[in-house]
Design a protein around this ligand. Structure first.
Ligand SMILES: O=C(O)C1=C[C@@H](OP(=O)(O)O)[C@@H](O)[C@H](O)C1
Ligand SMILES: C=C(OP(=O)(O)O)C(=O)O
Length: 428
């Protein structure tokens, strides 16, 4: 992390205005992969340009896929998943999506591939996915024996068939298997064992796949069935604004008792993180779902008790709001926050305490005492975009907040601080 750069956050009451948020990371990376597997030209509109999606484009280009950019529109020439051999390392930085999504596809490629990531991605698990694929006969070598990257993938086909996999640690494993379905040698039947975290992302995968012509049957709980050799069809596809990125602006309205509209995102979103709006409603905000976006009006804030299993990416955002709510907020059932860009449970507790706030660390979340923060602080951000964005919100209410390494938001939202400061400057 770069401790030499920082951003100071100005206090602002009643923040009001409109924010334009870039496209969804999760949908962009799914649509990129699916377009690469289709045969022919697809156009993705309002795609996200950020480190996580650049990583996706670079890896796909290394595998022989043509991708051109025009602003936020991508044109992808898919080749039916006939990926070319690649001697260079496929480097995913710290993009969990790409670290997981590429594995089944590379198995169906040619020769041997090496997949690697940054120091943190080398600690984030792949084990459940590797075990499930190895049980189907796939050759996958975790080079350091850690169950993580770097990984050597020996292409020998993506077998499909009945695949059992744990869904406890990450839903990305399940999405990865699903998107490999058109390359599978047999019908793909995924049996999810011991629960499924972040399940709305699996539904998102099914919906984006269906938009490109796939047939995904999720009618039975814990089972996903996708018939073999049903190819993706190329198409033009519009990507909605990123709900996790939008969460900081909704929260800013809540914290400052302002009124903020985020454009290009709607009630019927594919993104489960939008459900944080229900949490803000419970906390006392008003939410208006409009024809061109969603508006949050801040109110008098009260604490909540909330299970964040399906939307752990926005748990640090809700935690920042809880700091200004009356009563004790408990955020729980989100243990996999510990295996994200940093251990977000521990990091939120450490940083919030710098303000004098009372926060109790749980195994799977935290308990925050509202209105307990007293002073500004210099916040570390752990090379984690969501830590930087969530912590910045505290500075809207408490003077003297400095966020270190603001550039780390580039993982999913390179212009976050510009958008925030523009909104502050234009607010009455
Ligand atoms: O599939 C996806 O696009 C994602 C799934 C979630 O991860 P987990 O399933 O590991 O919780 C989420 O945290 C991540 O930011 C994106
Ligand atoms: C956890 C995240 O990302 P990923 O798992 O895709 O790296 C995130 O964006 O908060």
């Amino acid at each position: 992390m770069n401790r030499d750069t920082y951003t100071d956050i100005p206090v602002k009451a009643n923040l009001s205005g409109e924010a334009e948020i870039p496209g969804s990371k999760s949908i962009t990376n799914r649509a990129l992969i699916i377009s690469a597997l289709a045969t022919g030209k697809s156009v993705l509109r309002n795609a996200l340009e950020s480190i996580d999606t650049q990583v996706a484009r670079t890896c796909l280009e290394q595998l022989g896929i043509g991708i051109s950019l025009n602003g936020t529109d991508y044109t992808i020439t898919g080749n039916g998943g006939k990926f070319k051999p690649c001697n260079d390392i496929l480097y995913v930085e710290n993009a969990g999506t790409m670290a997981r999504f590429l594995i089944p596809l590379l198995l169906a490629g040619q020769g041997e591939y090496t997949l690697d990531g940054n120091a943190r991605m080398r600690q984030r698990p792949l084990k459940d996915l590797l075990e499930s694929l190895r049980a189907g006969g796939c050759k996958l070598t975790d080079i350091n024996g850690t169950g993580c990257l770097p990984l050597k993938i020996t292409a020998g086909g993506f077998p499909g068939g009945r695949m059992e996999i744990s869904g406890r640690n990450s839903s990305q494993y399940i999405s990865a298997l699903m998107m490999g379905a058109p390359l599978a040698q047999r019908d793909l039947e995924i049996i999810i064992q011991d629960g499924l975290v972040s399940h709305t992302y699996v539904e998102m995968t099914a919906q984006v796949m269906a938009a490109f012509g796939a047939d995904v049957d999720m009618s039975q709980a814990g089972r996903i069935f996708i018939p073999k050799k049903r190819r993706f069809s190329p198409r033009e596809y519009v990507i909605e604004a990123d709900a996790s990125s939008a969460s900081y602006f909704f929260a800013a309205a809540a914290i400052t008792r302002g009124r903020v509209k985020v454009k290009n995102i709607f009630r019927n979103s594919l993104q489960g993180d939008l459900k944080m709006l229900d949490v803000l409603e419970q906390m006392g905000c008003e939410v208006v779902y409009g024809a061109d976006g969603i508006t949050v009006q801040g109110g008098s804030l009260r604490a909540v008790d909330v299970n964040m299993n399906t939307m752990s990416d926005v748990a640090p955002t809700v935690a920042a709001v809880a700091l200004f709510a009356e009563g004790q907020t408990r955020i729980w059932d989100a243990e996999n926050m510990r295996i994200k860009e940093c251990d977000r449970i521990s990091a939120v507790c450490t940083e919030f305490r710098k303000t004098g706030a009372q926060i109790e660390e749980l195994r799977d979340g935290f308990v925050i005492t509202g209105n307990s923060a007293k002073t500004g602080a210099v916040f570390e951000t752990y090379d984690d975009h969501r830590m930087a964005m969530a912590l910045s919100l505290i500075g809207l209410r408490i003077p003297g907040v400095r966020v270190l390494d603001p550039g780390c938001t580039a993982k999913t939202f390179p212009d976050y601080f510009d958008v925030l400061f523009r909104l502050i400057a234009s607010s009455p």
